[in-house]
Design a protein around this ligand. Structure first.
Ligand code: GLN
Length: 488
């Protein structure tokens, strides 16, 4: 079996049949990291020894006939804003550069009890704020398809790790598209579950009413398998919903009968790249050829989504990040004259420009005399956006469209134009504002050789339907089997 780029199911099968041990698999991925990650820059930390010890434990359990978890021996890369006990969790920020959490996030506990092997922690935009991973204070991550391009963001390290075959599975967080957009840039599968589906206990908060943790994989079945393990109630996150988790990995191969697919005109507007538009049109035709009914729909409040998202996300961020003052949490300045000066100097040194920009926007939007005009109004528009989706899902099962208006952009291309970067989030942020699940799957390659992502959205807690609909497309096409030449 060709190990590089193998899917989670192929790896599990190889271990079940005795063709490979967990140690073989983990060692091969560690070797790939050692030889390739210098040019891609996906990992902020790799603990080879811990990974090999975990793999050896899986092999021991298997040999002893002890029960094994559903992810036994599979390497998983985890975004570095998710707490890992005894292992640095930096959020790619100077502020938390030396933070070693004393506890594991809920999803890390879940991975460990499933016998997965956490192979390393991946790079991100500082505190998950951005769409290119360029806002990392610690490292540059490159797109494995073209190292002059960004991998997207903010979970760029996790997406690039899967694309470069450094891990078959990875974890990201998605506040406004940070799993789906890098998945589309890197040609892999990335999914944001329903708000409340996966506990955020141990996720360093960016915008608490929007943040959600989800899986990356190199095929839809891998995403289903991983989500099944991540999902479920956890009393330590008060937004975690206590409802049963379907066996996503069992049903993912069953096509949906009488599928009604909505196409949102607002997601294919001005600024959509021609290659992206034609890949999406071809994808819609794939659904039509399988008997799906294609329905044109409108989400009329989409034009307010970017403004609404950035007001809410920045307001919540300014509140969440108030704790990093050098006393309670985070980097502490060495030179200061007074307590207030210590706070100011610690925050000045610890935060990067994008984080500061968002704190300033958020503090302004929440300030007395302005909060009604900005924050409170944004909450009202958020409700209208949610109502648009509720109405749409009365008529259709899933909504399809581009994940992002363009393929990956070049490193440095948009760093001086944050507004353009924000505007491009138009297709992904609706799902966060409405709390609904979304997935991005590979659906084409641009003329310049870069992957294009198809986004599918479904109603709240319809992950099972979403995965099955995504798998229907994957089954008919081979985009998900394409790999960048770097990984060969
Ligand atoms: N690009 C969006 C932002 O910068 C999304 C970030 C995210 O989902 N974490 O806020």
């Amino acid at each position: 079996m060709q190990l590089s780029g193998a899917t989670a199911s192929q790896l599990l099968e190889a271990m079940d049949s005795g063709e490979m041990t967990a140690a073989d698999i983990v060692r091969a991925h560690l070797d790939a990291i050692a030889s390739l990650d210098e040019s891609v820059g996906t990992f902020l930390s790799v603990d080879a020894e811990a990974a090999l010890t975990q793999a050896a434990e899986v092999d021991r359990k298997r040999a002893a006939g002890e029960p094994l978890g559903p992810l036994a021996g599979l390497p998983v890369a985890v975004k570095d804003n998710i707490c890992t006990r005894g292992r640095a969790t930096t959020c790619a920020s100077r502020m938390l550069e030396n933070f070693v959490p004393p506890y594991d996030a809920h999803i890390v506990e879940r991975l460990n009890s499933a016998d997965a092997v956490i192979i390393g922690k991946t790079n991100l935009d500082e505190f998950a704020m951005g769409s290119s991973t360029e806002n990392s204070a610690l490292k540059v991550t490159r797109n494995p398809w073209n190292v002059d391009c960004t991998p997207g963001g903010s979970s760029g390290g996790s997406a690039a790790a899967v694309a470069a075959a450094l891990a078959p599975l990875a974890i990201g967080s998605d506040t406004g598209g940070s799993i789906r957009q890098p998945a589309s840039f890197c040609g892999v599968v990335g999914m944001k579950p329903t708000y409340g589906r996966v506990s955020r206990y141990g996720l360093v908060a960016f915008a608490s009413s929007l943040d959600q943790i989800g899986p990356f994989a190199n095929d839809v079945a891998g995403a289903a398998l991983l989500l099944e393990r991540l999902a479920g109630h956890d009393a330590r996150d008060s937004t975690s919903v206590d409802c049963p988790v379907p066996a996503y990995s069992q049903s993912v191969d069953q096509p949906l009968e009488g599928l009604r697919v909505g196409v949102v005109q607002e997601y294919l507007g001005e600024g959509t790249d021609d290659d992206v538009r034609s890949a999406i049109e071809t994808a819609i035709a794939v659904y039509r050829s399988q008997g799906a009914e294609i329905v044109d729909i409108s989400l009329p409040h989409t034009k307010y989504a970017v403004a609404t998202y950035y007001l809410i996300a920045c307001s919540e961020a300014s509140s969440n990040l108030a704790r990093y003052d050098g006393i309670h949490y985070g980097h502490r300045a060495e030179q200061f004259e007074s307590l207030v000066d210590l706070y100011a100097a610690s925050r000045e040194e610890g935060f990067g420009d994008e984080v500061k920009r968002r704190i300033m926007l958020g503090v302004y939007a929440l300030s007395e005399g302005y909060s009604d005009q900005y924050y409170v109004k944004a909450l009202k528009v958020r409700r209208l956006i949610r109502n648009d989706f509720d109405a749409a899902f009365q008529n259709v099962d899933v909504i399809v469209g581009p994940t992002f208006p363009t393929p990956a952009f070049r490193i440095g291309e948009l760093v001086d134009d944050p507004l353009q970067m924000y505007l491009s989030d138009i297709c992904t942020i609706g799902a966060n504002l409405a709390g609904i699940p979304g997935i991005s799957i590979p659906c084409g390659i641009s003329a310049s050789g870069l992957p294009i992502g198809l986004q599918l959205l479904a109603g709240p807690f319809e992950e099972e339907k979403l995965l099955r609909a995504a798998r229907m497309f994957e089954r008919e096409t081979d985009w998900h089997t394409r790999r960048p030449s770097l990984s060969q």
